[in-house]
Design a protein around this ligand. Structure first.
Ligand code: ACM
Ligand code: ZN
Length: 509
């Protein structure tokens, strides 16, 4: 607001100020009045602008917040703007948070200072209770400062679950006090393959892990933004970094080196070694101390059976348990950990492979190999989160030009082609499911695997603006979704990215 406008604020009463401010804004030719329409991303479910007109001069902060909303959805809110001011009704603090977000986004592109809010009622609630975004920090470590920024980005998009993939073959990033070698040795990768596994390596070590104190403060920061942090310790495969620290936990005993390549390593935890389950329980006990999240992710994807087939200890365990296939050894591990977590009031979540051997009633499944895992989970009455590669893998290219020689447009990616329009088109609830089964699809998530994502800027480039599209999948009822309309609302969101210094893909298709 320019200086000549300030004397208005010496006026005696609020109503005099409001009338005069409205008058000045309108006659100074400012466009605020016309532009604030509350049509932000994600689009609120119902925006009723008062047919009688009128607007309130808002100082961008005063909101009367009342926890009196009668609703089953703890994240719902109602905003009313009238001559008395801005009032938010919600059932919980989460609803209040989202109301504030909608108000903030509605005026974010207005010139500084007071803004004219048209009299209106905005009624909104997210479609799904689980609205996730994942980040792999094992392949490329992301500094803790960026994790805070990532949480801010998630909050801007109404996301309420941050799935933190903390361990993998290429690095262990979670401090475990009882087993310090996990980070001392497991967080240091000496070299990394350049490009597409062609046998050429850089010699720059990739290092880094998070202390428990750092992770606790991320959890607290996220909670203030209505975001739960779900840690993932991927097991029994994707465990090479742990095997480097404790080779005796593998079938061959090593020696192992932290993997400098991408793919699926045949070296996994030995299912027949009596030290393995206690080791995993030690790790998960510390995970539970750091993360209050009810959901604890134990991975479970891509765990080859080659070593188990050749290992006398694994074969002896298979015989002892009367199992007929090696895959059942993974089920045995899952069940032990499922029990351990349930006893602590936690819920096990696993990639869809974990469903194969049967899970406890409460366990949750993340469908990534297409949608079949989610369908099977819902049919078995397990809550499922949909994250199928074709729509939700944001490590894929987002622009059509995937010529590996031309990375001016977009950097080298793992492959695939998942443009903004495809993300927007995603419908998480498979139509094959019955009305009853559909209730078990609790939400959707995008995954950011970091084999080819090298820096925080690169993470943001892959995430934005595709997350804007995904958040309408997560929030908006299908009959309200309209990609053409979304594209009209996107520039306002992109301006917020610019204001905040976020890197984002400026082209979209
Ligand atoms: C996965 O993408 N391996 C879950
Ligand atoms: Zn073994």
């Amino acid at each position: 607001m320019s200086k000549w406008f300030l004397p208005i604020f010496n006026l005696k009463t609020d109503s005099m100020k409001r009338v005069l401010t409205a008058f000045v804004l309108l006659f100074a030719g400012m466009s605020s009045f016309a532009e604030v329409d509350y049509r932000v991303i994600p689009l609120p479910q119902k925006i009723e602008i008062s047919p009688k007109g009128g607007s309130y001069v808002w100082n961008r902060s005063d909101v009367r917040e009342i926890l009196d909303l009668k609703t089953d959805n703890p994240e719902a809110y109602v905003i009313t703007v009238n001559k008395k001011g801005v009032t938010v009704h919600a059932a919980t603090k989460s609803g209040l948070f989202y109301a504030r977000q909608t108000l903030f986004k509605s005026v974010a592109n207005e010139p500084e200072g007071d803004v004219l809010l048209p009299y209106a009622t905005i009624t909104d609630e997210p479609r799904f209770p689980y609205r996730g975004v994942h980040l792999d920090v094992a392949r490329h470590f992301m500094p803790i400062d960026f994790i805070y920024k990532y949480i801010d980005i998630l909050a801007l998009h109404g996301v309420n679950q941050f799935h933190w993939h903390l361990t993998d073959d290429q690095g262990w990033r979670f401090e475990v006090k009882k087993h310090p070698a996990l980070t001392e040795k497991g967080s240091v990768r000496q070299r990394t393959v350049i490009g597409k596994n062609l046998g050429i390596y850089d010699d720059t070590p990739e290092t880094g892990y998070y202390t428990q104190e750092e992770m606790r403060s991320v959890v607290a920061y996220a909670a203030e933004r209505n975001i739960n942090v779900i840690p993932e310790i991927d097991l029994p495969g994707h465990m090479l970094a742990a095997l480097c620290a404790y080779p005796e936990l593998g079938c061959t005993g090593g020696p192992y080196t932290i993997w400098s390549d991408w793919g699926v390593s045949p070296d996994v935890l030995c299912a027949g070694n009596d030290k393995v389950i206690p080791f995993l329980k030690d790790v998960l006990a510390e995970v539970c101390e750091v993360f209050p999240s009810e959901i604890i992710h134990i991975g479970g994807d891509e765990s080859p059976r080659d070593r188990w087939k050749a290992c006398p200890k694994c074969q002896a365990k298979k015989a002892e348990l009367g199992l007929s296939r090696e895959s059942e050894l993974q089920t045995y591990i899952n069940k032990e950990l499922d029990k351990f977590l349930s006893e602590r009031g936690r819920v096990l979540m696993g990639w869809d492979e974990t469903l194969e051997g049967g899970l406890s009633e409460n366990a949750m499944v993340m469908s990534w190999r297409g949608v079949d895992g989610g369908i099977a989970a819902a049919r078995q009455r397990h809550r499922a989160v949909m994250t199928p590669g074709g729509w939700c893998y944001f490590d894929h290219y987002q622009l059509k030009n995937t010529n590996p020689q031309d990375h001016n447009l977009q950097p080298l990616a793992i492959g695939g082609y998942t443009p903004l329009s495809k993300v927007y088109s995603y419908e998480p609830v498979p139509e094959q499911l019955s009305e009853e089964e559909r209730k078990y699809i609790v939400g959707a998530q995008c995954n950011l695997w970091s084999e080819y994502i090298l820096s925080p800027e690169h993470v943001m480039f892959m995430l934005l603006p595709r997350l804007a599209a995904l958040c309408e999948v997560q929030w908006t009822q299908p009959e309200q979704k309209d990609f053409e309309d979304f594209k009209k609302r996107l520039p306002a969101m992109q301006n917020i990215y610019k204001q905040r210094g976020y890197t984002y893909c400026r082209r979209s298709e």
